[in-house]
Each structure stands twice: as structure tokens, then as C-alpha cells.
Design a protein around this ligand. Structure first.
Ligand SMILES: C[S@@+](CC[C@H](N)C(=O)[O-])C[C@H]1O[C@@H](n2cnc3c(N)ncnc32)[C@H](O)[C@@H]1O
Length: 473
């Protein structure tokens, strides 16, 4: 049943038919898109979802967006977790087959725990990246896109009905949309060569519901002064809207490409604070406009606690946090070990990490900006006196370069690696295989053994899940 459900998630049309069948057979309980919920037995999120959906209706566009962005939204949360359990089991079967081609598929390579549920299932995203496009009537929409430009089916739909999106974020998007529709002389930039300026809006928020808005525009041929005066007008408009007291920071970025780093094109502060601050447990973390931060803060706390338990660094261990972002994970174990060293590509995230260490009075953590595939070797050479090195690896979806895995395997003082993957059946699986395969002529060092896999659900209603893998030797 869950295998079927998994396939269904990927194809929305089939999804609806399948879920209809399952419901009529009483196997699963789904939310009715026209009105609250169709059955009882809803587990932990029953009350929230009931409250949320009462008297609400979804038009077909909103439903299409919900199906694309949150493909499990019709299924109660405890059923979603079963789907994720099954999915993670399949990932472990795949990994087992790659490492032991002759093995029986019911015998997976390590202990697989049940998926840890997200502490919050509704409106959990602390960041949304909205697009700005025209609708079929030529009106500006600040929302999320579904469909494909190549097939001429691309549409931008407002996100206020999405279960994972905070109403405050949709609120700011709505205000900007009103501004563009009724006040601005600028057009929307849908294709760089065809002119137009408005491109996107990113909203970040924290536990206090304070928000940072980052508006992305294409400068085209406008002068700096023309850009700045339009941005000032937009800022004044947003600050005159209801709930604008929550908008503690407004930036814009004039960007010539699909995405620009701060080095390519600076983020210009129009209003308020330069950063927002998020709290996880007893720690406060500063976040810059472009730094990575886990999108579900309470889920992140669960993830970091899970990783810390698996890593269990000793007093004399040095913890190396590869792809450390703003330093969150490493800083949360720093008090339990000799020291923490983080490597991260984004300069602004590294500046945040250094600030975060000082701000939380952690004095045994250092952070370096650069690529792990370049910086990890010299770092290990500097650590030649460290008795024990425990490594956290938390890269983007593509995993880390082979050279990083070779270094982990060839350094005998690395006895423990905890790898966090948001797409364990993608390229990252090559990393897991390389850590564990038996010695070859190219990599003849002692392999790691995968001891435990713990899925942590950071993304309710979607088909994504983090997987924490604990490797030892
Ligand atoms: C999934 S995030 C994890 C960040 C951090 N561990 C956390 O929990 O917030 C992945 C991070 O890897 C960084 N990154 C991607 N490729 C990298 C590379 N080659 N070298 C160093 N960092 C990289 C990204 O900038 C991003 O901050």
C-alpha cells in the first residue's frame, strides 16, 4: 500500500484516483479539499487541521499548488509518517543492495528507526521564496509556480492555503502583490531579455514572528537612483500595511542572474535590522539574508539533538562540521568536546557562525569559508595531534566530493561520521557506499560500518525527509 502511495505522490492525477480508492476501502483517511476532514482517527494534527480547514474551500488552482508543493497534504500526519518509514526502508534496501549485491532485500544493512515526527506540522516554514509573475489576465501574482515554461503551463499561484506556509509570509506577499498591481510603474521580469524588473520575494521569520523581506529585482537599464527611489516607495507602502510592525528588516537585491550571491550583487538594507535572530533550545543564532538555515526551526532542534546523540563526542574529541551553514549543529555540541571546526562555502554564513559562537559564549569553535573539498585536507593536517576526530557531514542534495570521503577513510583518527542527508537516494548514496565499501586498490583504508539510520521529518505534507546516518569504525 505505501509503495503505491509513494508513486502516487509523484503524479498528482494518479494520486487523487488512488487516494479515492483507498478512502472508499477505509484504508486511509484524507482531508476533504472542500471542507474540513472526512474521517476521524487523525492522530496528533487532528485539531489543527480541523481548525485550519473549517469553512475553507480550495479552488482548483490552489489545489493544484497544494498537490505540487505539499503532495501529502490530503493524508493525516500519522499516515504520512508511515509513508516516510516505507520510503526510508526502500532507501536502505537500495543501499544494502549496492554494498552487498547478493543480500536478501528483507535484511537491510543497519538498524532503521521509525521516522521522528516534526514537533510542528502546520505553517512550519520559516522561509518562503515567492516568484513574481503575471496571471492569465495580466495581473501581478506573488506566489509559487507550478507547471513548466517549456510546455507553456507555468503558472504562479498565491500560497496562502499551503499547510506548510506561515500566514504572515503570505500576508507580506499579498501586500507586495497589491503594490505591484496598483502602485508600481515597473513591469514584471519573466524573461531577462524581455525587460521588466520585479522578480521575487523571500520572507524569513523567527520564533517571535519577526520577518525579514528580501525583494529581488532585475535592474535592466535603470540607474541606481531610479532603482533606489522605487524601492523606497515599495518599502513605505509595505510599512503602512497591517502587521507591518512584524517586518523588522527589508532588503532588496538587484540581480542579473537567476540567483546572485552577496559577492555578485549586494543585499541593500532598506529598513530595520541587518539580521534576524532565531532560537534553538538555549542558543540564539544570527541569520543573514543569504545564509542557509533549516526551514523548520523546531524540526531542526530535533534533528540537531538526534545528531548530537549519535555523534556523542567525548571530552577529548574534536568535532569537524562539514558544510556547517551558520554553525548551528557544531555549536550545539561544542560544550561537550574539546573543540569544533566548521567549513562552509557561504562567506556570510561563516560570518554568522563566528558571530553565533561569540554570541553564545562558545570559545572553542572556529569556522572557515571555502569548499570542503579544498579545505578539509589542510585542516586534517593541522589536527595531527587531535586524539579523536568526530565528523558531521551535512551537504546540499548532491552530497560531497569523493575527495572528502577519501580523506575521511584514510585518516585513522576519524572513527565516527554522522551524515545528514535530505536526499539519501540521490547522489549522496554514492558517499555512503564509498564510506562503507570494502578496501580496494584505490581506497584501501579501513571502511566504516553503518550502524543506524534515523529519519527525522522536517517537512510535513511533502515527500521530503532528513535521514541521519551514523557510521563508525
Ligand atoms: C543542507 S545545508 C546544512 C547547513 C548546516 N549544517 C545547518 O544545519 O544549518 C548545506 C550547506 O552546505 C553548504 N555547501 C554546499 N556545498 C559546499 C561545499 N562544496 N563546501 C562547503 N560548503 C558547502 C551550503 O552553503 C549550505 O550552507
Amino acid at each position: 500500500m505505501y509503495q503505491k502511495l509513494w508513486d502516487v505522490m509523484r503524479r498528482v492525477v494518479v494520486q487523487k484516483r488512488f487516494i479515492h480508492d483507498q478512502v472508499s476501502q477505509g484504508r486511509i483517511h484524507v482531508k476533504d479539499s472542500q471542507n474540513s476532514l472526512s474521517t476521524t482517527n487523525l492522530g496528533t494534527d487532528k485539531k489543527d487541521v480541523n481548525e485550519l480547514n473549517a469553512n475553507e474551500s480550495y479552488d482548483s488552482l490552489k489545489e493544484e499548488l497544494a498537490d505540487a508543493v505539499t503532495p501529502l497534504w490530503r493524508i493525516p500526519y500519522h499516515e504520512q509518517l508511515k509513508i516516510k518509514n516505507q520510503r526510508n526502508f526502500e532507501i536502505m534496501v537500495k543501499l544494502t543492495k549496492r554494498l552487498r549485491p547478493n543480500s536478501n532485500s528483507s535484511n537491510i544493512i543497519c538498524q532503521l528507526k521509525e521516522t521522528l515526527p516534526s514537533p510542528v506540522t502546520l505553517h512550519y516554514r520559516n522561509k518562503n521564496e515567492f516568484h513574481i509573475r503575471y496571471d492569465s489576465d495580466g495581473r501581478a501574482v506573488v506566489g509559487l509556480c507550478v507547471g513548466k515554461a517549456s510546455k507553456n503551463t507555468l503558472r504562479c499561484i498565491t500560497a496562502e492555503k499551503l499547510l506548510n506556509t506561515h500566514p504572515f509570509h503570505s500576508n507580506v506577499a499579498q501586500h507586495l502583490q497589491n503594490y505591484i498591481q496598483h502602485q508600481s510603474k515597473w513591469k514584471i521580469c519573466e524573461h531577462f531579455q524581455r525587460g521588466g524588473n520585479w522578480r521575487g520575494l523571500t520572507i524569513r521569520s523567527n520564533y517571535k514572528n519577526e520577518q525579514m523581506a528580501i525583494v529581488t529585482i532585475h535592474p535592466q537599464n535603470l540607474t541606481g537612483e531610479e532603482i533606489h527611489s522605487e524601492m523606497e516607495r515599495m518599502k513605505d507602502y509595505l510599512l503602512a500595511c497591517p502587521l507591518s510592525n512584524q517586518l523588522v528588516s527589508i532588503y532588496y537585491q538587484a540581480c542579473l542572474h537567476t540567483r546572485c550571491t552577496a559577492e555578485q550583487s549586494p543585499f541593500i538594507l532598506l529598513h530595520g535590522q541587518s539580521h534576524i535572530y532565531e532560537r534553538i533550545g538555549e542558543y540564539d543564532f544570527r541569520i543573514s539574508p543569504e545564509s542557509f538555515f533549516q526551514v523548520n526551526t523546531q524540526g531542526a532542534q530535533l534533528l540537531y539533538e538526534t545528531v548530537a546523540r549519535q555523534l556523542a563526542p567525548e571530552r577529548l574529541s574534536t568535532v569537524v562540521d562539514l558544510c556547517c551553514g551558520t554553525g548551528t549543529q557544531g555549536l550545539m555540541v561544542a560544550r561537550h568536546c574539546r573543540g569544533v571546526i566548521g567549513i562552509e562555502l557561504s562567506r556570510s554564513a561563516v560570518e554568522d557562525a563566528r558571530f553565533n559562537a561569540a554570541h553564545n559564549q562558545i570559545h572553542n569553535a572556529e569556522f572557515f569559508a571555502g569548499r570542503v573539498e579544498k579545505l578539509f585536507r589542510p585542516l586534517l593536517e593541522q589536527l595531527d595531534a587531535a586524539p579523536d576526530i568526530a565528523v558531521i557531514v551535512n551537504p546540499s542534495r548532491g552530497g560531497v566530493d569523493d575527495r572528502v570521503i577519501e580523506l575521511l577513510r584514510s585518516n585513522q583518527r576519524v572513527r565516527h561520521v554522522v551524515y545528514i542527508s535530505c536526499q539519501a537516494d540521490g547522489l549522496a548514496m554514492n558517499n555512503f557506499v564509498s564510506l562503507c565499501h570494502r578496501p580496494t586498490r584505490k581506497m584501501n583504508s579501513e571502511p566504516f560500518v553503518l550502524r543506524k539510520a534515523i529519519p527525522v521529518d522536517m517537512f510535513p505534507h511533502t515527500d521530503h525527509c532528513e535521514l541521519v546516518l551514523s557510521f563508525r569504525r
